[in-house]
Every structure is written in C-alpha cells, then in structure tokens.
Design a protein around this ligand. Structure first.
Ligand SMILES: Cc1ncc(COP(=O)(O)O)c(C=O)c1O
Length: 453
C-alpha cells in the first residue's frame, strides 16, 4: 500500500471529488460509510456530482415553463440552452474526444440504433462486393445488426457473407496482421470492415488507423468502428484516420448515466455542405432536416450538412444535459490525451501487481496450479490496451466456479468489477476517479480471495 500512496502523491491529478462514489453502505454491503473501490467504469461510469443539478434545472424548466422552454429556456441567462438546440453545445466537447471535426459528430439515439442506422447508409452490398468483416465473439448486438442487415438486403444465408476474424489457436487476442491478411484475401468481395475500437471482453485496443488505411487501399471497402469501449478511454483520431463512420454509447467511460444518449461520427468526405448536391440515403427524420425549415413541416428533406443530418428525433433533454456535465469534466482534465496518460499509469500499475501475484499464471508457465488467473488483455505494449484488464480464472486440478467465488469475495470487500461468466472478471481503473490506492486494494483483495479458495 505504501507504494500506491506514494504514487497517489506523485500523480495526484484525479478529479474524484467531481464524482459520487458509492459507499459500502449505499451499496448494501455493510454499514460502513467509506467509499467502495469502483473499477467498473467500463460498464457504467460513476455519476458526476454536477449531473444532478443539470438534470434538476431541466426538470424545473419543464415544470415552470413547459413547452415554451423549447425556444426560450427560463435559465438562458445562466447559460442554459433552449431545448430545440440542447445537443449543440455538446459538439465542441465531444469532437476532440473522438478526434473529429465538429460537423462530423452528433449526440443521438443509443449505440445499437446508431449502428443499425449507419449500416443502412454504408452497407450497400452488390453482386461483386457484399462481405462484412468483423470479429468472432463480438458484442451480440453487433452480430445481430450485421446478420439482419444481410437479411434486409435479401441475403438468405448471412453466414456466407459474414467473415469473423478470431485469435489464433491458444491466443487470447487478434493479431493486426491477421486482420490485414483477411482484408487482402477478400479485397474483391468485402463491402465493409466493422470492428470494435476496444474489444469488450478482452480489452484489446485495435490499431484503428492502420486497419482503416489498409482496407481503404482497396477501392470500395468502407470501414466503421463500434467505439463503445474506446470513447473516453483512449484518444481517437477518426477524421485523420479517414474512418468512414463510427458509433458509441456514453454510459461507460463518458459517465453519462445508464442508457445515456449515444453518439455517431460520419466522416466529412461522405457529407456535403452543398444542399443542391445528392446526399447519402439514410434513415431520416425531422431533426436531421435543415433547422431553419424544420417547423415549416415541408415534404422536402434537406439534411443538415454533416453528422447532425443523421439525427431522426429530437433528443432527450435530460440525457443530453447529463452527457454535457460529464464532458465538461473531460475538458477540465485538459482533454483525452491527459486522461490517457493517467489511465496508462493506473492500468500498468495494476498489471505489475497482478503479474507479481503468486496466482498469476503466465501463458508460457508450465507448472500446474490448483487455481490461478491469467490476463486475456494484451499488455506488452501500451497501444494494445485501454483502461480495462480482463482476468481469466481457472484451475489445473478440475476445481470449478473459481471466478464466481473470487467475484463474490471482491464484492463483499467493496471491490466492484464485473463478471463475464463463467471465467472472466473485468476491472477498469477509470483515470478520472480511480487512484493507485484503488488499484492496490483491488489486487490485494483478489489475492486474499484466491488464498481463501
Ligand atoms: C461493444 C458493444 N456494442 C454494443 C453494445 C450495446 O449497447 P446499447 O445497448 O447501448 O445499444 C454494447 C453495450 O455494452 C457494447 O459494449
């Protein structure tokens, strides 16, 4: 613990006081009022303290001025935005987090909805070019979306169209060269490459720039990214990398609350500021239409140039202000590059402590252990991982249920991670609110749990 406390002194730049950290008592673990060790920001980020006030201000506006708040917010003089434009102040905060121009991003819908609507625009199978490359073991929503897009296009056996890249036998994560190899092999048939920025199960951070530019050398292949686990976690350069489209949720590292409003990116090369030019077909709605004509209720769709033209509905005001109060914390921290610096210090410290555990089994270690854990996440290089580490629990002696026992012990000792049954626990130090002491506590509790088995 001494070393962790020293590190907390050396790198004190946490904004944890900006967040509500649950306590043993509030989580029903014990009557202790001390904060738990929350390492689950990869699933649901903690609530910024400012979120409550920003939501209450909108409830007040609704309660006091109702419909008139759409155009004239009662607290406009205090910096509040009329609801008709509620999502616009988000754009300058969001664009730097994903490395986009402001006109390339929109806060809208939720992740799967955005993925589906982007696929409607960008997946245009032809007789020659129709395959989709993604990963084996993808988040199920993504699989369902790709599979059903094929069905919508009349492809009776999507299995023949979907190519799933996977780790080599005995390995836990996917080699970039294997992805590039599959792209090259299928260069004439691929319509789309769509991968996760950071893989939800293993925590692998994909080489987005390299994969995107490699695929783009073959004319006709488009590249999209599901950034659920990457946004707010690792710095992104979507514009410079030439990514065609991307989408994300904001309830993980963006700390915007359960089911919060999602986001999407459409590269400016696919949109045009000239309203007389042909625009990309899309799932359309009035909120994507030219704002100056929106309330004329015309049968004429002239999309707003850029990502905002992909919006369909008016956004949830409450969701949107929750996202804003969280993005302001990123700005306070000097942006995502600074967040990432701290993130690497914390996660690499956790790797160091885990690898020092007598229960840690290196993949090449041959001796048999009654129970052990190993890391699924690639950790040799910083650029291969984000904040999250995925721990795989097992035994060489046939003992079962190790992960569940460890997970329960961690919970009972106030270490909150998440379980992917039957074998995996994911732990993610979130740089905005976690400390080196949190990391130490978690690994210490894990070792104690293993001692007790
Ligand atoms: C990689 C990935 N894709 C898709 C989803 C689905 O998100 P939503 O329920 O917000 O559509 C998640 C949710 O955690 C996810 O992690």
């Amino acid at each position: 613990m001494e070393e962790a406390l020293k590190l907390d002194k050396k790198y004190p730049e946490t904004l944890k006081d900006e967040f509500n950290i649950p306590t043993f008592k509030s989580m029903g673990i014990s009557s202790d009022n001390s904060p738990v060790t929350y390492l689950c920001g990869n699933s649901l980020g903690l609530m910024p303290r400012s979120t409550r006030d920003s939501i209450i201000a909108e409830l007040d506006a609704w309660s006091n001025c109702a419909v008139e708040s759409h155009f004239c917010h009662p607290k406009e003089s205090e910096g509040k935005t009329p609801w008709v434009n509620i999502d616009l102040p988000i754009l300058p905060l969001l664009a730097p987090i994903v490395g986009a121009q402001e006109n390339e991003v929109a806060a809208m819908n939720s992740l799967t909805t955005n993925l589906n609507s982007l696929l409607v625009t960008f997946y245009k199978p032809t007789e020659k070019r129709f395959k989709i490359l993604f990963e084996k073991g993808s988040f199920p929503s993504d699989y369902y979306a790709f599979y059903n897009q094929c069905k919508i296009h009349g492809i009776s056996e999507p299995e023949n169209v979907l190519i799933q890249v996977e780790p080599r036998k005995g390995e836990t994560y996917i080699k970039t060269q294997d992805i590039l190899h599959i792209i090259e092999e299928n260069q004439d048939k691929l319509a789309l490459v769509c991968l996760p920025g950071v893989q939800y199960y293993t925590g692998q951070y994909f080489d987005i720039g390299r994969i995107t530019s490699f695929a783009h050398q073959f004319l006709g292949i488009l590249v999209g990214w599901d950034l659920a686990h990457a946004v707010g976690n690792v710095p992104l350069q979507l514009h410079d990398w030439g990514v065609d489209f991307a989408c994300w949720c904001s309830y993980k590292y963006l700390n915007s609350g359960p089911g919060a409003i999602g986001g999407l990116f459409v590269h400016s090369k696919h949109t045009t500021p000239d309203p007389t030019k042909e625009h990309l077909p899309r799932l359309a709605g009035w909120w994507g239409n030219d704002a100056s004509k929106r309330f004329q209720m015309l049968e004429n769709f002239e999309p707003i140039p850029g990502a905002l033209g992909f919006r369909q509905s008016n956004p949830s005001v409450i969701d949107t202000v929750a996202l804003k109060s969280s993005l302001e914390i990123f700005a306070k921290f000097d942006g995502i590059s600074e967040v990432r610096k701290r993130s690497l210090l914390l996660t690499n410290y956790m790797v160091e402590l885990l690898e020092a555990s007598k229960y840690y089994k290196h993949p090449l270690k041959m001796e048999k252990l009654p129970h052990f854990f190993t890391l699924l996440t690639p950790t040799a290089k910083d650029e291969d991982h984000g904040a999250q580490l995925s721990l795989y629990f097992d035994s060489d002696t046939g003992e079962e249920g190790i992960m569940s026992k460890v997970f329960q012990y961690l919970h009972d000792h106030g270490v909150i991670g998440d379980a992917r049954r039957p074998n995996v626990i994911r732990l993610a130090p979130a740089p905005l609110y976690n400390t080196f002491a949190d990391v130490y506590n978690a690994v210490n509790a894990l070792n104690q749990a293993m001692n007790k088995l």
